[in-house]
Design a protein around this ligand. Structure first.
Ligand code: 5GP
Length: 117
């Protein structure tokens, strides 16, 4: 893949674009969203590229699980584990996905309405 085809999250993973990191381990990276929609708005991405859930396969179940476990850890680190939080995976065009690299939004720090707009 050429550099021009890389998503913004691959550039963040490569250290080419800075981010405000919350957590990093062997499998995942979590960082603050550049345009927060709640007092806490963090993105969790796997270090192995998956475009979105629709593109995930059986061999990637551990990666998907690790994204969720990192989201849980982010909520604990940022103090919203008890008050509650929302995990969102926008999937495809109608799902509102704008970056074609799987990411889980961790939103919290205020009461979140439902359904989303
Ligand atoms: P999506 O709409 O694809 O579910 O979410 C993409 C998210 O990535 C958006 O919430 C957007 O604000 C965030 N985002 C886009 N570019 C950057 C960036 O360069 N840095 C960070 N930290 N977040 C970004």
């Amino acid at each position: 893949m050429s550099a021009s085809q890389q998503t913004i999250f691959e550039k963040i993973l490569a250290g080419e674009i800075p981010c405000k990191k919350v957590w990093e381990d062997e499998h995942t990276l979590a960082f603050h969203d550049i345009s927060p929609q709640a007092p806490v708005h963090v993105l969790v991405i796997p270090k192995t590229k998956i475009i979105n859930v629709s593109h995930a396969n059986e061999t990637q179940s551990e990666i998907l699980g690790r994204v969720l476990l990192t989201a849980k850890r982010v909520a604990e680190i940022l103090g919203i584990a008890t008050s509650g939080y929302r995990l969102v995976l926008n999937n495809g065009k109608d799902g509102g996905q704008t970056v074609d690299y799987l990411h889980c939004h961790v939103l919290g720090g205020r009461s979140l309405g439902w359904p989303p707009g």
